[in-house]
Design a protein around this ligand. Structure first.
Ligand SMILES: [Zn+2]
Length: 148
């Protein structure tokens, strides 16, 4: 199956989630004919985004040991987390080949801050158990991007 992509976007274009896609509370529209639903979103502080479908997300996490080496702070009960851009590029460089690596590296290289925000789109987790200060940074970043 073709991975979910925003093919209509120009190279370097910006994608901001449309309001209509946001209402389901973290659950983007789950089933779209013929395309896999996005499962994991990587966002930078300006809203640039790379979306992975469920298979891609699982592959990425398997190939990178759950992104542990790049994770700054993470929800203990879902896959939402903050990753450090420099470490992410290193981790992807050391991992076995992954189909979306170059897009993630590009996102990381172009990120305006040192962190990328990973949002698990497949969970209803409200991150109650994510108690370190990273959660506030993540929440603030996601809120800004989703509500602006
Ligand atoms: Zn969570």
């Amino acid at each position: 199956m073709e991975p979910w992509r925003y093919r209509s976007l120009p190279i370097g274009g910006r994608f901001r989630p449309r309001r209509s896609l946001r209402r389901s509370g973290g659950g983007l529209v789950r089933y779209l004919a013929g395309v896999a639903a996005p499962a994991l979103a990587f966002l930078d502080d300006e809203g640039e985004e790379v979306l992975l479908d469920a298979d891609e997300a699982a592959a990425l996490l398997a190939l990178t040991d759950n992104l542990d080496a790049a994770t700054v702070s993470a929800c203990p009960t879902c896959r939402s987390r903050i990753v450090a851009v420099v470490a992410l590029v290193d981790v992807l460089g050391e991992a076995p080949p992954f189909s979306r690596s170059s897009e993630l590296v590009e996102l990381a290289d172009d990120a305006p801050t040192l962190h990328l925000y990973v949002r698990d789109l497949t969970t209803r987790c409200v991150h109650h158990a994510w108690r370190d200060p990273g959660y506030d940074e993540w929440r603030e970043a996601i809120d800004d991007l989703v509500d602006s």
